[in-house]
Every structure is written in structure tokens, then in C-alpha cells.
Design a protein around this ligand. Structure first.
Ligand SMILES: [Zn+2]
Length: 507
């Protein structure tokens, strides 16, 4: 299998760096301060200019990168935010964040009229479904299990897993998600596993590969003939994940079911030093006090992320908090498919800051802007509802800054990577996004965090760096052959529909 991301850099399409900016264009500071000037900047910025051939930043190995004159949201409270500042990157890591950095050797990325922020971190996405996007927009959780898992999943070939993971990874990067946990329960054979890991590594995304069970036509994954779950995790640790200091790292995705089925996965994970992720508190199935049972077996530790948590009881919530676990809320899918109400306030009340996740692209948009807005609006709705009902002891409303923290640093924590990513802090890896403020959905810019959380979308994601490597520039993924990509997706989709014996009407 070859992947469509070529090794060379694509050409510039347009640029607003100081050298290329039209003479009539004005600085971001002027844009912020002068409403009349904003209108002028709007026309010039949107039209833009076409560059002559210019090397893509980062094309020279070892040369520092300097992100210049952006509105910097470090999300590191010790560093703070800057209306205008620079970020210096050396050897893939953030070397400095402050105004007016001078480095004559550095290659400059002009961030005027852009917000510079940590990349978003998704803590739970079933990436093998990347070729099944939008297949189930109206479906419930039961519909999802019947269609996506038992019909399609049971018939996946390793090449289909590769294509799904690859599409999902590129889509994540394109929308500003720089780190993603692949909740991968498509391991019908070890060849499926190898394909998923290869796709993640080929894509260039920072990923956590969470190794999960097989899919079968009857849901009895433990009877799948070709599956080596969970014991094959020992091979994966040795073959692919011998170091933690690499872009793709290893988790165990523990199955849903009774505690006796789950405990062997927990043990296999801990035997190889892999952290764990597990769905809990999902609809009626989630009311079985599972965490109390796992706790009775001393299985709950700080190495575990609990997904959804919508219908957990109070004792289970306390167990998560007291054992130091992290949680992942997939607010959009939870409201859509009947998991239960996203437990945003519940988590905050008990003292746990949630991370966020997309979950399934079969039903959910793949970007984090939608996730942030979902939890922001739902928490406010709940508080307003309580007030209307006469509740006098109301919690605080969430702020946009808290939601942006959920989407970045809390995600990094749940993915076991907060020492490396999640904030723009010197010493951390340079996983950085540049978001355009010269677009009609946010201009003129008045409140940077507000713009990101309430108004932006993937169309604002201009530039994406992962470990200092430029993955997206001028709104285009770097080095991706879209013709090849389209063929890869179409062929995998058509092959899968044929093997699953499903007619695809496309409408
Ligand atoms: Zn899920």
C-alpha cells in the first residue's frame, strides 16, 4: 500500500506574509483598532495574492521556525496570552513564546491576522470508520451497532482499515486536530491491526493507537476466529511502540461488556505499560454499576480514560475522581444517539475537567469547533433550565476559555501526553495551529478565544504544525495527492459495500 502524502512540499497558493502582503493591506493591530480599516483589510485579505515559487517553511531540516506577529493563546497560565507575539521552534520543540523574538537564522511564518494556539486534541475517535462518513446521520446507538459494527465492521479488510484510518487522520489534521486517540476496535485479524498502525504513521498525525476488539456479525467479538485480542498487544509494544518518544503511542481499548470480559484487557494493558480507554455509562447499558465491580477487583487506576459517562451513578463518579482517572465527553453523539445527557456539569461538580471527542464520523462532523460549541451550549442550557425551574443554587456558566482548555490541555492529559503537548510552553513539542481572523465568519476580530470557540470552523485553519513539521499551509494539506486520495477512498468504500452486501445509493 502506498499513501498519497508525497514527500515533497506543495507550492504556495497564496500568502499574506509581510513581503507579499498587498501594499494597501494593514497590520493586525490596525485591524483590531480601526473599524473603518477593517473593511479595507477585509477586501485585500480575502482576495490575497499569488506567490511566486517559495520554499515551504520547514523544508530545510534543522532550521528554526519563527511564527511571527500572531495573536498568541498559549493556554499556559504562567505564560499567558499576547495580542501580538512570536513563537520560536527549534528541533520540533517550542523554544520561546514572547513578543519581538529575533532569530536571524529562523525561517519566518507570518502570523499577522492569525490566532496562534495549541492544536486540538481528540481523545476518542473510531478512525477505521473514516470511509463510512455520514453513513448514519439519522441513526440511534442501536442502529449504529447493527449497521456500522455488525454489517460493515465484520466485513472490513485490512486495506479498508488503512483507508478509513488514513482519511480520518488527514481530516483531523485539516481541521486543526493535531493529536487524536484512535479507538480502534476493528482487529478482526493482526493484519487489520498492522494496517491501522501503518495508516496513522503514514498520515503524520500525532496519534494514540488504542488497540481494541474485533467486529463480528453477531457482536460476539470474543469468538472472532482471526482475532488475537487482547494478547497481541504484547507484539504491538515490541514491534511498533518500543519507545514512548515517538509520534504514535500505544493504549488499550477495553471492550464493553461484563467485568469478567474487561479485566483480561486491563491486565494485558498493564503488563506492557499501556494506558487504557473504555466506554462507560452509555444509555441503559451503562447503569450496571460496572465501575463498582471493576473497583472491587482493584482495577481502577489513574491510567484510565472513561468515555461518555452519561449514566454512571454517583459512586462511580467518585471512583473515577478518587483513582485519578480522566474522562472524554463526545457531546454531539451523546445527544444524537441516546447515550444520555453529556455529563459536563456532573464532571465539573465532582472535580474532573473533561476532554472532548468526536467518536464516530458516521454521524458526527469531524472538527473540534462543533464539539466545543456543543458542550458550551449544552452546559448553558442546563443551567438556564435549572434557573427557570426555580433552582437557587446554580453552578457557574462555562466560559469559552474553559471549553478551549477542554479541547487542548485536558485532551493532552487524557491522551497521556500533557508533558509534551496541549499548551504553547517552551520545551513542549510544537503542535500548533494558526487560525485566520481575516475571514468573514470572524472579522473584525474583537475577542480571540470567543472567535475560536463560538464562530470559527475548519475554513479558518490556515497552518498546522505537528512536532514542528508543517502539515498544512495556506489552508491546504501539504504533500497530499488528492487524486490518489480520492481513488483510495472510492475504491475502499466500493469494496466494503460489496463485501458487506449493501447497496450504496449515495443519496
Ligand atoms: Zn466510541
Amino acid at each position: 500500500m502506498t499513501h498519497p502524502r508525497a514527500t515533497g512540499w506543495s507550492d504556495h497558493v497564496s500568502c499574506f506574509c509581510s513581503a507579499c502582503r498587498p501594499k494597501s493591506a494593514i497590520s493586525r493591530r490596525e485591524l483590531l483598532c480601526t473599524s473603518a480599516a477593517s473593511a479595507i483589510a477585509a477586501s485585500t485579505a480575502i482576495i490575497g495574492t499569488t506567490h511566486a515559487q517559495q520554499p515551504m517553511p520547514g523544508a530545510v531540516p534543522g532550521r528554526p521556525l519563527l511564527i511571527k506577529d500572531g495573536c498568541v493563546l498559549s493556554l499556559d497560565r504562567a505564560i499567558g496570552d499576547f495580542e501580538r507575539a512570536d513563537v520560536l521552534i527549534e528541533h520540533g520543540k517550542i523554544a520561546a513564546v514572547r513578543p519581538n523574538i529575533a532569530d536571524a537564522d529562523a525561517e519566518v511564518i507570518d502570523a499577522a491576522r492569525m490566532i496562534v494556539a495549541p492544536g486540538f486534541v481528540d481523545t476518542h475517535r473510531h478512525m477505521w470508520q473514516g470511509i463510512l462518513r455520514n453513513v448514519l446521520p439519522d441513526g440511534s446507538l442501536d442502529d449504529y451497532i447493527a449497521t456500522v459494527q455488525k454489517t460493515f465492521g465484520a466485513n472490513y479488510a485490512p486495506d479498508d482499515v488503512y483507508a478509513g484510518d488514513y482519511f480520518s487522520a488527514l481530516g483531523a489534521i485539516d481541521s486543526g486536530v493535531t493529536c487524536i486517540l484512535d479507538w480502534s476496535h476493528i482487529h478482526n485479524t493482526p493484519a487489520h491491526t498492522d494496517a491501522a498502525i501503518k495508516a496513522l504513521m503514514d498520515s503524520g498525525v500525532r496519534a494514540v493507537f488504542a488497540y481494541g476488539n474485533a467486529q463480528t456479525t453477531d457482536g460476539r467479538w470474543w469468538e472472532a476466529k482471526g482475532s488475537k485480542y487482547p494478547d497481541d498487544i504484547a507484539r504491538l509494544r515490541k514491534q511498533y511502540f518500543s519507545s514512548e518518544d515517538q509520534l504514535v503511542t500505544l493504549y488499550m481499548a477495553a471492550p464493553s461488556g461484563a467485568s469478567e470480559q474487561i479485566l483480561p484487557s486491563f491486565k494485558a494493558a498493564r503488563d506492557v505499560g499501556a494506558r487504557i480507554t473504555i466506554h462507560v455509562g452509555v444509555g441503559e447499558r451503562g447503569r450496571a454499576a460496572l465501575l463498582e465491580k471493576l473497583n472491587a477487583a482493584n482495577a481502577l487506576k489513574s491510567d484510565t480514560t472513561y468515555i461518555h459517562c452519561c449514566t454512571l451513578n454517583d459512586t462511580e463518579w467518585k471512583l473515577i475522581r478518587d483513582t485519578g482517572g480522566t474522562i472524554s465527553i463526545a457531546g454531539y453523539v451523546e445527544t444524537l444517539m441516546g447515550h444520555g445527557s453529556p455529563p459536563i456539569q456532573k464532571a465539573i461538580d465532582i472535580g474532573i475537567r473533561p476532554s472532548l471527542s468526536v467518536d464516530v464520523e458516521t454521524s458526527v462532523p469531524n472538527d473540534f469547533f462543533a464539539q466545543m460549541r456543543t458542550v458550551f451550549s449544552l452546559q448553558k442550557k442546563d443551567v438556564w433550565d435549572r434557573r427557570l425551574a426555580g433552582d437557587k443554587n446554580l453552578p457557574k456558566f462555562l466560559t469559552v476559555r474553559e471549553v478551549l482548555e477542554f479541547a487542548t490541555i485536558e485532551g493532552a492529559r487524557a491522551n497521556g501526553l500533557d508533558r509534551k503537548i496541549g499548551t504553547l510552553t517552551p520545551g513542549k513539542d510544537a503542535d500548533i495551529i494558526l487560525l485566520r481572523t481575516d475571514r468573514l465568519n470572524v472579522m473584525p476580530m474583537n475577542n480571540a478565544v470567543g472567535a475560536v470557540v463560538t464562530s470559527m470552523g475548519p475554513q479558518n485553519v490556515d497552518t498546522v504544525l505537528i512536532a514542528g513539521k508543517v502539515m498544512k499551509r495556506n489552508g491546504q494539506l501539504v504533500g497530499v495527492d488528492f487524486g490518489h486520495l480520492a481513488r483510495l477512498g472510492d475504491e475502499a468504500r466500493d469494496r466494503l459495500y460489496a463485501s458487506a452486501n449493501v447497496k450504496n445509493t449515495r443519496i
